[in-house]
Design a protein around this ligand. Structure first.
Ligand SMILES: *[C@@H]1O[C@H](CO)[C@@H](O)[C@H](O)[C@H]1NC(C)=O
Ligand SMILES: *[C@@H]1O[C@H](CO)[C@@H](O)[C@H](O)[C@H]1NC(C)=O
Ligand SMILES: *[C@@H]1O[C@H](CO)[C@@H](O)[C@H](O)[C@H]1NC(C)=O
Ligand SMILES: *[C@@H]1O[C@H](CO)[C@@H](O)[C@H](O)[C@H]1NC(C)=O
Ligand SMILES: *[C@@H]1O[C@H](CO)[C@@H](O)[C@H](O)[C@H]1NC(C)=O
Ligand SMILES: *[C@@H]1O[C@H](CO)[C@@H](O)[C@H](O)[C@H]1NC(C)=O
Ligand SMILES: *[C@@H]1O[C@H](CO)[C@@H](O)[C@H](O)[C@H]1NC(C)=O
Ligand SMILES: *[C@@H]1O[C@H](CO)[C@@H](O)[C@H](O)[C@H]1NC(C)=O
Ligand SMILES: *[C@@H]1O[C@H](CO)[C@@H](O)[C@H](O)[C@H]1NC(C)=O
Ligand SMILES: *[C@@H]1O[C@H](CO)[C@@H](O)[C@H](O)[C@H]1NC(C)=O
Length: 636
């Protein structure tokens, strides 16, 4: 799912070599779940019911896993479930000393070690396998025989380290996106597991991987958002957190990673980017999360940076069973859970580096409102033409959603300009504006300009029951308009307003997209629509202009051409606002409320929103050239 078929070759120069003395690593276990940590976990669970329940749930996962021997005949069939099971079982062994668990771990990692190879042509698999084996090896080390240890170490060297250094097959190492954290991070963890007895190759691997990892990490600057969107940010975060945690426990420091720009706020981005029902995932990322696996590194950063609100905020999104993934053994700290700060923690954040903001009405009431809104830098790795998009949660449902990726095996899915023909990558398939100098028809709305850089301009609150953001989308439509701005404002704890202001030199057709899985019923005058999910009914109303109307657009790209392999988006509606005629100037305002709530009219022009801001007012420069690595992966 997270593969990316495009390789760009970089010419990165790095001056500072990092070196460490592998021969003086501490005894096993040294990767996070040390003897000291075991004692701390046992002591915390005595007085912390939540944690005790999480650990009990993890033991159930372990019991279920050990009931069946691992079976895998090819590394191409690797799945992250194996990582999660090995972690759950090995961690349960650490807590119980019950050899049923260590035996299963030993058998599993020996089986993996005996596979013919670890799928080096898809190095994401190789990396995940070598990390899983390394953690398993380290956590049950005391139960392994000398021969077993040697066999595992030799497998790590021949099936991960040697291929990693082989220049005829390691083009993956030039990736500067999420791949960098996964591949380099997992290899570094493996050097910490076996480097004491294999220090020469461990040195080589560290020299090879660390500078590449270090370069990729620059992209968390300036304020912690990850360039590929929320979902890929959480995926990279799994491996980055485990890498930092392993470095810290094995060496006592993280080789300077936590001092890099933006790194100190990554935990905030991951915490605030998770709404009431799922992530604010734009671009190729999915927004649903079945458990806390992808978010647990937040616990590591919360502890490292003394930010209890991150751990509490993250855990508030999951129930006990969902929180029970193996990172809970090592990234939880009871003392961060009291006092409960959820009622006072900030309910909003904004991130200049990804031009995104989020707001929620409550951390404690998961039926409250949440919205995420972005400008955005379209052409980046995994990007879509989705600048100006929003997602909205209320009462436990998502009312405006972004669709995530289509299949990565679609022809030239990662290559411009073919990428920009696919519905899910196009502007029409996002929740933004499509603007054209001719009348647009469904499934062929105009796109945004792929290289456009669209800053978030302002974020703030008019009072304590509101929050707004304004994005400058001018560059995205600069071939047909003079200026385009979009503002999203949540008002009076009860309604969400979207206002678009467009000025064009010649008359243009403007259409806005809004994707939802709710059942949609448009009123006979086409000025409002009811959106229904289960027993919740929301009402979307057009406030202006008076000739605008709502229309359901076709969302199945396969109705537009034959031999189509794109997702058909069944059950997903695009509730668009259309204008009566082409125009050189328009201000379009829509409001979403729960049906039956009073609609408050609010007609403030966007350029006055900031002066009406009274609380937590945030202003960003217009970022025409956002920070990108030289020759990074772009699609234009
Ligand atoms: C938990 O955090 C507190 C406060 O930061 C710290 O003193 C303590 O050592 C931590 N406990 C563990 C088990 O890491
Ligand atoms: C060890 O764990 C296994 C698997 O859950 C269980 O069946 C067994 O009773 C445990 N042994 C002890 C001594 O607790
Ligand atoms: C590098 O990989 C190529 C292609 O698989 C292989 O032919 C070659 O033997 C490898 N080199 C080393 C040193 O392993
Ligand atoms: C890591 O990158 C930072 C800049 O982001 C640089 O200052 C530092 O020297 C780099 N360290 C290594 C070991 O490459
Ligand atoms: C403006 O650029 C977009 C994106 O490339 C394209 O879809 C649209 O057709 C262009 N409009 C005109 C009038 O050239
Ligand atoms: C909006 O963006 C355009 C294009 O980057 C820029 O020229 C303009 O100054 C920006 N406007 C504001 C108000 O920031
Ligand atoms: C805001 O909502 C409250 C109910 O929650 C209502 O009493 C009040 O009139 C609303 N404010 C405005 C300006 O409509
Ligand atoms: C929406 O609210 C109105 C007024 O409260 C009510 O008459 C109508 O039945 C509601 N519609 C739905 C679909 O619940
Ligand atoms: C749109 O709003 C602006 C203020 O931001 C105003 O000057 C302009 O007259 C409005 N245009 C239309 C067509 O309503
Ligand atoms: C957006 O910023 C990137 C990175 O600096 C730059 O390559 C690109 O040309 C910019 N786009 C435009 C339209 O200026």
């Amino acid at each position: 799912m997270y593969c990316l078929a495009l390789f760009i070759f970089l010419n990165v120069s790095f001056s500072t070599a990092i070196s460490l003395d592998y021969t003086s690593l501490p005894s096993h276990p040294r990767l996070m779940f040390t003897e000291e940590r075991v004692n701390a976990v046992n002591s915390m669970r005595e007085s912390d019911t939540l944690y005790d329940n999480i650990l009990t749930s993890l033991q159930s996962t372990a019991d279920a896993a050990v009931a069946t021997p691992l079976s895998l005949t090819s590394a191409t069939s690797w799945s992250s479930t194996i990582r999660m099971n090995v972690g759950a079982v090995a961690g349960t062994y650490r807590l119980t000393s019950n050899e049923t668990y260590s035996t299963w771990v030993a058998e599993s990692i020996l089986l993996l070690s005996g596979l013919p190879d670890w799928d080096p042509s898809n190095f994401l698999n190789t990396a995940d396998i070598v990390m899983t084996i390394s953690i398993g090896y380290d956590w049950v080390y005391e139960t392994l025989s000398t021969d077993q240890r040697t066999m595992i170490e030799q497998a790590i060297i021949s099936k991960a380290f040697t291929p990693a250094l082989n220049s005829s097959i390691n083009s993956w190492s030039e990736h500067t996106n999420n791949w960098a954290q996964v591949t380099n991070g997992c290899l570094i963890i493996a050097t910490l597991a076996i480097g004491d007895t294999n220090s020469a190759i461990a040195d080589e691997i560290l020299d090879f991987t660390f500078p590449k990892l270090n370069v990729s990490l620059e992209q968390y600057g300036p304020d912690g958002g990850w360039i590929e969107g929320y979902s890929y940010g959480t995926y990279a975060g799994i491996f980055l957190g485990l890498t930092m945690g392993s470095l810290e426990s094995a060496l006592g420091n993280d080789l300077g990673i936590s001092n890099l720009p933006g790194m100190s706020n990554l935990g905030a981005w991951l915490t605030h980017g998770f709404g009431q029902t799922g992530g604010f995932s734009w671009a190729d990322g999915a927004w649903t999360f079945s458990n806390a696996n992808s978010l647990w590194s937040v616990g590591y950063w919360a502890q490292k940076l003394s930010r209890p609100e991150w751990l509490q905020g993250m855990l508030s999104r999951f129930d006990t069973g969902e929180a029970a993934t193996f990172q809970a053994f090592v990234f939880y700290n009871s003392s961060l859970m009291t006092p409960n700060v959820l009622s006072t923690m900030p309910r909003y954040e904004q991130f200049e580096g990804v031009a995104g903001m989020t707001y929620r009405t409550s951390w404690e009431d998961s039926s409250g409102w949440f919205f995420g809104f972005m400008g955005g830098f379209n052409g980046r790795s995994h990007g879509h033409l989705d600048a100006g998009s929003f997602v909205i949660d209320y009462n436990g449902y998502r009312w405006a959603e972004l669709l995530g990726s289509d299949s990565y095996s679609l022809t030239n899915y990662f290559v411009s300009s073919r990428r920009w023909t696919y519905y899910r990558c196009r502007t029409e398939g996002a929740n933004s504006l499509s603007i054209s100098n001719t009348k647009q028809t469904a499934l062929s709305f105009a796109n945004q300009i792929p290289s456009a850089n669209n800053s978030l301009r302002w974020v703030g609150s008019f009072d304590d029951s509101s929050r707004f953001g304004v994005a400058n989308l001018t560059e995205a439509y600069s071939n047909v308009t003079n200026t385009v701005f979009r503002g999203v404002a949540f008002l009076n704890n009860s309604q969400l307003l979207i206002r678009d202001e467009i000025l064009a030199p010649k008359a243009v057709d403007i259409a806005t997209s809004w994707h939802t899985v709710a059942t949609v019923s448009i009123s006979s005058d086409k000025r409002s629509a009811m959106l229904t999910q289960s027993d919740t009914v929301m009402k979307l109303t057009i406030m202006s202009p008076s000739d605008a109307y709502l229309e359901l657009e076709d969302t199945n790209p396969c109705n537009a051409y034959s031999s189509c392999s794109e997702a058909e988006n069944s059950g997903i509606y695009n509730l668009a606002v259309r204008l009566g005629s082409l125009t050189t100037e328009a201000n379009i305002t829509t409001i979403l409320t729960e049906n039956g709530s009073k609609i408050i009219s609010f007609d403030l022009p966007l350029n006055e929103w900031y002066s009406a801001c009274t609380e937590d007012c945030w202003q960003s420069a217009n970022v025409e050239n956002p920070y990108w690595l030289a020759k990074s992966e772009v699609y234009y």
